[in-house]
Write a protein of this length. Sequence first.
Length: 124
Amino acid sequence: MNQEYALTFALSGNPDGFPGTKKLGVGLTLGGASPYAFSYSIGSNTHTDMEYQYVTAYFTASDTSEVLQFQDQSSYEGSTPYGAVIGNVALTAVPEPTTMLAGALMLLPLGVSAIRIMRKSRVA
């Protein structure tokens, strides 16, 4: 299979408690350890304005049974219920470079035709 995916999501942190920096691990369940670690430092965000930051991670799925996993890794004297917050999660397949090249080559004749039309209209 070996399909590459782009994962985009909004990241924030629960403003109710410690720690001041929230940590989030993202990975595939069959891939072992989370290859991505994100952090979010609480600033002036509140419940009404979470000040989300959008982040992107890329994964290659080699098996259809793999599961995308988000795991809060925030800790303050053990564990805390005030960890990372995510939203607007989107997972999209990344086209192979050969597919993008083929698409661009298909548009080339249209671009050439447009240039010819523009040149003819200037001459006339």
